[in-house]
Write a protein that binds this ligand. Sequence first.
Ligand code: SF4
Length: 487
Amino acid sequence: MRFPLAPTAKIVRHIVTNKLKGNRKFAMVLQLEPLHTCNLTCTGCGRIREYSTSMKDMVPLEQCLAAADECDAPMISVCGGEPLIYPKIEELVAGLHEQGRMVYICTNGVFMRRKMREYMAACYTPAMEEALRQLVSEELVNEKEATTIRLSDAIARQKIVIKPSKWHYWNVHVDGLEFTHDLIVEREGVFKECILAIKMAKILGYQVATNTTVYRETDVQELEDMFKFLSSLGVDGHTISPGYDYDAAKKDMVKRLGKDPADFFITRDMTRAKFKDIQRWGDMFTIFGTPGYLEFLAGKRELACSAWAVPTYNVRGWKAPCYVMTEAHHPTYQDMLSKVNWDKFGVDAKGCGRDSRCENCMMHSGFEPSAALSNSPRDSWVNFKYNFGSRPPPYPASAELTRTAYNGDTIGKGHLAEAKAAVSREFSGSKSAFARNGNAIPHATGHDHPSETETSGGGCSTGPANDQLADLKAKIAAAKMTEIQPK
Ligand code: SF4
């Protein structure tokens, strides 16, 4: 099975019960944002911009649990911000488990190893020694940390911790291989840390998923290589969703990076081109989701938006109408359900946006539930077969695959290293330092590059290098790294 049996049974029961009760709109996944504080500033993240005035606010623990209880979604995606910064994250996870819910912690991975060491210190017994020795030998835990775990004191032992469970997934944000991922999260070394955390989690018996956002510049072959690599590490499943030009992120792209948002986010046609292989990936890798949504992404069918099924709750309340668009925050889920005119949003039968802001959206939080909740017998059967069928085997690990994955910071080609090299080279017009596997990174400037093949290969002599250079200089400025600004 792609997903553990008990949580799957709970989700099926939830759908059937609501349908039998005649509920037309109900929550499937709660996107719970207990805070928006984050240790990273990912390109394309709307949260750190839209909620910039409430970055330090947090939803009290009891309020988080009450929100989950009220909407009664069987799955809770604890996101943010970086949820591992939330001071009561362990209590939150424990409380959600007590309510019988599946919990995903959507994390950038940077604090995961610390949380897992805390788990080991709290629960250490000699039976854990074999795993601990493996962690040390693979340099996932150092000797000093291992000693601290073995000699854990009463305080460490009393701490509530996040333990491995079939009701829990670490859901690690990975947007590409090392070079791309570090570029998107705007910090070198993050990819490497994510991978260390994933390896440690698998040794300790946690379930691990990854989530990936696909942008205009995302290279499809790189995505496949990323899935191969993650699968070879024993990752249990992957979610993948197209990026989208919602207002907060759009404003930031324009202001901070001086970029036209249309050059960064992805349109519906582009999404379909990027996701044309998604069904094949669904056979090769444990892609989470419904086959209907994968068909939708590949352009083989239309779906309506069901944003009400994946509500977002944060410091301001229930965010309506959806994860990316904000018209209001409501005090309760029921208030949001009853007051939002849902017919105003989403797309019509031809896939045209009812609201212009919905025009290019194909996000999983809007459309995935439509496929999962479909009444069509064909959809029900295909969903059943996909999720209850056997899980694709892990992709074979190899030195070549590892070399492909570590294509940035590890080989001295991190994005800041590239920036330094390119800045010192100035606008030479020669082959750019911003190249991936010898090809300039695909992008758009004054040209329209509708397909992947047309955007790779470095055909534009003046565009790609200069635009990538401008982006990186802006990022460097944002990071206050004035010492590597051009003279
Ligand atoms: S289509 Fe749905 S999920 Fe997408 S922006 Fe519109 S309301 Fe939000």
